[in-house]
Design a protein around this ligand. Structure first.
Ligand SMILES: [Zn+2]
Length: 414
């Protein structure tokens, strides 16, 4: 336990960081944009479309939920029991700064292997419905890369914090919080050039009417975009998507090749306008700032929990378990903020294109193609939904149209 005299500073810093975190989330999140009518899937989705979504969910959710539970519970069981220490000892790796990464990778590997059966069953459902087109070799490769990158990230932070704790048992929280926060900042900045290319190939969108239209749209929006990149998503999925990642010199606008294949141009334009909304509002930068503050807060809490015991590399299992607890508890908050930010990007795309009719049609077509859940259960919505549901997004399109350009009729005639 840290001595009482060494606790007031981290307590005060933790309190200040928590305040800064709450303040940043409160002022950067667009809590209210427009009054929405109650979302109603039956206005725009046919009975057959709704039935297909339900059937997909019914087959998929038992497996994907079980996988998620395993991936949370297994690291907790290992970390919070003597198993973590036993694993560390059993691996017999020395010195400690090699043993820690190996143990992290071991815990992640055990978790990964235990979720293989349910993940295989989930992937088979995805293949059956034509959502996934991935071959099993790529599926295994993706899992491997994912395992390696996740283990590396957690291991680097663990080794750094333990090294600091060995040098300054009573004061490691301050340099620890700084270094961990800087690492999060660096990874978020370098993510588009370091991580994304491990999964996809990116090419510049070829010159043509569509590309010129996008660049003109970006110009009209006051968002300078040098290039539009196309990702070869079609090797994995038939789903349609686009995103903005990085900030400053690494910021990029990426569209899936699946989107360019057979989506009507007016709808692609709306997707791009949505992404420009993220760029215009600096959403990635704000998200990174929240991640940086959250990490510094987390390290300070970790010090208050473990104190000088953090110097013990055999505690690495506890560290991994605490990371899992923190990320799991943070995800409902992250998703709440994300849904608001996504709604603002939708709102931006409506203002930029002034095209609510195609907006509603696009949200419908996207949801059908991606087999998105139209009406998820409450806990699933809070735990997993990073975007508003398609009926919610459509309701926003309608509310915007009612205020600005005349009502959009339902897509399903009754
Ligand atoms: Zn978005």
């Amino acid at each position: 336990m840290p001595r009482p005299s060494s606790r007031w500073a981290p307590r005060a810093a933790g309190g200040l960081l928590a305040l800064a975190l709450v303040f940043t989330i409160a002022v950067t999140t667009p809590w209210h944009l427009i009054d929405l009518p109650k979302p109603d899937a039956t206005l725009d989705f046919s009975t057959a479309e709704i039935a297909r979504q339900n059937a997909f969910r019914h087959e998929m959710l038992p497996w994907s939920t079980t996988s998620w539970v395993i991936s949370v519970v297994v690291p907790l069981v290992i970390g919070f029991s003597p198993l973590g220490r036993r694993l560390y000892d059993a691996l017999r790796v020395r010195p400690w700064f090699l043993a820690v990464p190996v143990t992290v990778a071991g815990i992640a590997l055990i978790t990964n292997l235990l979720t293989v059966p349910t993940d295989v069953l989930a992937e088979r459902v995805s293949l059956k419905y034509g959502l996934s087109v991935e071959n099993w070799r790529l599926w295994v490769w993706d899992r491997g890369v994912n395992w390696a990158l996740t283990s590396l990230g957690v291991a680097v932070i663990a080794v750094v914090l333990m090294a600091l704790a060995k040098r300054r048992p009573q004061g490691w929280w301050l340099p620890g919080a700084l270094v961990a926060a800087l690492l999060v900042l660096g990874v978020s900045f370098a993510y588009p050039v370091l991580v994304e290319p491990r999964f996809n190939n990116f090419t510049s969108m070829p010159a043509g009417a569509l590309r010129s239209d996008f660049l003109k749209l970006a110009d009209a929006d006051g968002v300078p975009v040098q290039d539009v990149l196309v990702a070869d998503a079609s090797k994995r999925t038939t789903a349609l998507n686009a995103y903005v990642s990085g900030f400053g010199s690494t910021r990029r606008l990426v569209v899936y090749d699946t989107l360019l294949k057979d989506t009507p141009p007016a709808q692609i334009r709306l997707v791009v306008a949505h992404e420009l909304g993220h760029a215009a509002e600096d959403d990635v930068l704000h998200g990174t700032l929240i991640g940086v503050l959250g990490t510094a807060f987390g390290v300070t809490l970790l010090y208050l929990l473990l104190g000088a015991r953090m110097a013990d590399p055999r505690k690495v299992g506890v560290f991994v378990a605490l990371v899992v607890v923190a990320t799991t508890l943070a995800s409902p908050v992250q998703n709440l903020v994300s849904r608001k930010i996504e709604a603002r990007a939708d709102y931006h795309s409506l203002r930029l294109t002034n095209d609510p009719r195609d907006f509603v049609a696009m949200q419908h077509d996207l949801a059908v193609r991606n087999i998105s859940g139209l009406d998820p259960s409450r806990w699933r919505y809070w735990m997993f939904a990073s975007h508003p549901t398609p009926p919610e997004r459509i309701a926003m399109g309608r509310a915007w149209a009612a205020q600005n350009s005349g009502p959009v009729p339902p897509l399903v005639r009754r």
